[in-house]
Design a protein around this ligand. Sequence first.
Ligand code: ZN
Ligand code: ZN
Length: 247
Amino acid sequence: MPHQPAIVSGVEVTPLCDAVGPMGPSIRLPLAEMFPGAALRDDEPWILHFHCYLLRDRAGRLTLVDTGIGAADSPASSWAPVPGTLLGELAAAGVSPAEIGTVVLTHLHSDHASGAVSDGRPVFENARYVLQQAEFDAAGGPMLEQVLTPIKGQVHLVEGDAEVAPGVRVHLAPGHTPGHQIVRAGELAVTGDLVLHPVQLDDPAVRYVYDGDQEAAARTRADVLSGLRAEHAVLATAHFSEPFVRL
Ligand SMILES: [Zn+2]
Ligand SMILES: [Zn+2]
């Protein structure tokens, strides 16, 4: 387990480092093209971490945020380092998949949701899988066929803001995808792909080339980050090398 857990607002938050590596050549671009206009050096590769987060509340209830890149045959295999190591990370944290009561999928990109299934079956057999209605409606291609269809019987759809487990809320934060959501528990904010690179904390207007709607994403990023900054929230990020950032 490469990253240490943190206690935030009474919730134990364990970063689960599913993988570390650069994007594969099929979608890799120089950093200056990934984040147009940002002051980033172009001669260094972008080494992403792929983080999921395990939340354990005072009553021992377990919520998993995102499920990583999945098995060797996952839809992420065209560009991400597979297989993901989420289940090994969970085991290292002393947790079996059957103990997870709630899985929040921030969005249906292949590096966040593919680990929800293995061999065509849901990995987290006792969990509700929380998704925004808008994300569900926009699903297509391999993510629909290989991920969403097998978990359909366990999907719990929400619209906008909702409490999905005691003390755990989701908030719609669209732009990266139509139904992208973040997760809040007290001071904690698990941000999914609201921010991809630390440069966007300094300047939320910096676009990310793979945001589905770059303008909406930049607007959402600025709005949400200014709110989180005002409350000195603790961010738990998907792709930074250091999982936690206190604003
Ligand atoms: Zn990591
Ligand atoms: Zn994404």
